[in-house]
Ligand binder design. Structure first.
Ligand code: CTP
Length: 419
C-alpha cells in the first residue's frame, strides 16, 4: 500500500472518532491520506487532530480561494486513488445519491472519477428506513461500494445494525479496493511471499457475481435423548461473516447453519440443520457450487443409540453406557465428490501444532485450502480471529482482526483465486 493516496471524507456522526484511528492505520501502512472534514464532522473531531494524524492539511470548505488557486476541488477529487467516506451518515448518503453538491465533501464526490467507498454509521432505524435503503441501493447501482454496518449496541442505546465497522474492517475493504489485500505491517511479509494470492480484482465490481458459494457454519448437535446432546463451543460468527462477505461480493450464497443464535446475513439463502447427518444431506442437496467453504465445527461423533425417552438415573450410581459412532466427514466427501466445487476450503480450529494439523487435513480431506486458527489464543465464540491460509503452495498468515475483516480478506482471496 506504500504510496497509495486516499481522500478521506469525515462525516458528522459520533463514529467520526473512529476515522482518526483509520487515519492512523493508513499512515502506519505507508499510504497517503488527505482528509476533508464536513461541518457536521467538525462537531465531533477537529481539523487539527486529523492534520496531525494524516500529516497533511485538512480541507473544510469549498470557498477557500487560496485552495482553489493551489488545488481546486476537481483536482483534489482526482488526485487520490480512492475516496473513502467514513463515517457516511444517512444525510451524506442521501445527498450523494441525489447528486447534490452543496459543500466541499459532496462536490468532491460528484466530481471524482475515482472509486468511492462509503462506510455507513447511523441509528438502526435510520439505517433500516426505506429512504436510506433506497439511497444505498442507488449508490451501489451507480458504482459506489457501501459497506454493511456492524450490528451491536449503539451510542444512542439502541441495538441493531448501524455501527461503524471497526477500522481494521474498513482498512481490509480499502485494501480490497486498492488491490493490495487487507495486509497490515505484520502481515505484509507473509502476503508478499504468499502464492495463495493471485492478481487483484476490483472489489467494487462484485467479483463473485454469477458464482454459487456454499458455506457451512456453527456447531452440530448430536442428540443422546430428547433433552441431551453432544455439542461444541462454535458460535457460527466466522461462517456467517464469510457468508455476508461473499453475498456482498455478488455471489449466490447458500449457508447451511447448525444451531446458532445469529441473524441471516442480507442476500443469503439459509438452511438450518441440527445434526452432522442433516448438514451432510443439506450440503449434498445444495450442489453444484463453484466454491465450498466448510466453516462448521461438525461433531465428529454421535451417540450410537438415541433414546426416545429421557434417560433416567436409577439411584444405583451406575452411569449409562454412551456408545459413540463416527459422523460422515462432509468436507472429505465433498473434496472427492464427482460434483467437487472448483475451490474447496476447509477450516481447522486447533489447540496445538496448528500448521502440522492443517497440512495433514489438507491432504486427508482433499481440500484446496485449509484455513487454520488457534483456539487457545482466540477462543471459540470470540469476536476476533487470526487466520492462516494453508494450501499446497504455501501459507499466508493474516494478522489478528475482527471476524468481519477476516471474512472480507478471505473472500477477497477466493475471488482472486477464481479470477
Ligand atoms: N468437517 C466436516 N465433517 C466432519 C468433520 C469436519 O465437514 N464430520 C470439516 C469442518 O467443517 C472443517 C474441517 O472438516 O472444515 C476440519 O474440521 P476439524 O473438526 O478440525 O477436523 P477433524 O477431521 O474432525 O479432525 P480433529 O477433530 O481430529 O481435529
Amino acid at each position: 500500500m506504500t504510496g497509495k493516496r486516499i481522500l478521506l471524507i469525515v462525516g458528522g456522526g459520533i463514529a467520526a472518532y473512529k476515522a482518526c484511528e483509520l487515519v492512523r492505520l493508513i499512515r502506519k501502512n505507508e499510504a497517503e491520506v488527505t482528509c476533508v472534514l464536513t461541518d457536521g464532522g467538525a462537531h465531533f473531531v477537529t481539523a487539527m487532530t486529523l492534520a496531525a494524524l494524516s500529516e497533511n492539511p485538512v480541507h473544510t470548505t469549498l470557498w477557500d480561494l487560496k485552495n482553489e488557486v493551489e488545488m481546486g476541488h476537481i483536482q483534489l477529487s482526482r488526485a487520490a486513488d480512492l475516496v473513502v467516506v467514513c463515517p457516511a451518515t444517512a444525510d451524506l448518503m442521501a445527498r450523494m445519491a441525489a447528486g447534490i453538491a452543496d459543500d466541499l465533501a459532496t462536490t468532491l464526490l460528484l466530481a471524482t472519477d475515482k472509486p468511492v467507498l462509503a462506510v455507513p454509521a447511523m441509528n438502526v432505524r435510520m439505517w433500516q428506513h426505506a429512504a436510506t435503503v433506497r439511497n444505498v441501493a442507488t449508490l451501489r447501482a451507480s458504482g459506489v461500494s457501501v459497506l454493511e454496518p456492524d450490528e451491536g449496541m449503539m451510542a444512542c442505546g439502541e441495538y441493531g445494525p448501524g455501527r461503524l465497522p471497526e477500522p481494521d474492517a474498513v482498512w481490509a475493504a480499502i485494501g480490497g479496493m486498492l488491490g493490495a489485500g487487507a495486509s497490515t505491517d505484520s502481515a505484509r511479509a507473509a502476503v508478499s511471499r504468499s502464492p495463495v494470492r493471485a492478481e487483484p480484482v476490483e472489489a467494487h465490481s462484485h467479483p463473485l457475481s454469477g458464482k454459487h458459494v456454499l458455506i457451512t457454519a456453527g456447531p452440530t448437535h448430536e442428540p443422546i435423548d430428547p433433552v441431551r446432546y453432544i455439542a461444541n463451543r462454535s458460535s457460527g460468527k466466522q461462517g456467517f461473516a464469510i457468508a455476508a462477505a461473499a453475498a456482498r461480493a455478488g455471489a449466490k450464497v447458500t449457508l447451511v447453519a447448525g444451531p446458532v443464535n445469529l441473524d441471516t446475513p442480507q442476500g443469503v439463502r439459509r438452511i438450518d440443520v441440527e445434526t452432522a447427518r442433516e448438514m451432510a444431506a443439506a450440503v449434498d442437496a445444495a450442489l453444484p457450487a463453484d466454491v465450498a467453504i466448510m466453516v462448521a465445527a461438525v461433531a465428529d461423533w454421535r451417540s450410537a443409540d438415541q433414546s426416545a425417552q429421557k434417560i433416567k438415573k436409577d439411584g444405583s450410581g451406575q452411569v449409562p453406557p454412551l456408545q459413540l459412532v463416527e459422523n460422515p466427514d462432509i468436507l472429505a466427501t465433498l473434496g472427492r465428490s464427482d460434483h467437487r466445487p472448483t475451490l474447496v476450503v476447509g477450516f481447522a480450529a486447533e489447540t496445538n501444532d496448528l500448521l502440522t494439523h492443517a497440512h495433514a487435513k489438507l491432504a486427508r480431506k482433499g481440500a484446496d485450502w485449509i484455513v487454520a486458527n488457534d483456539v487457545v489464543t482466540h477462543k471459540m465464540g470470540g469476536e476476533v480471529n487470526a487466520l492462516h491460509i494453508v494450501s499446497a503452495h504455501g501459507i499466508e498468515s493474516l494478522p489478528e482482526m475482527s471476524k468481519d475483516a477476516a471474512a472480507a480478506a478471505l473472500v477477497k482471496r477466493i475471488a482472486d483465486a477464481l479470477a
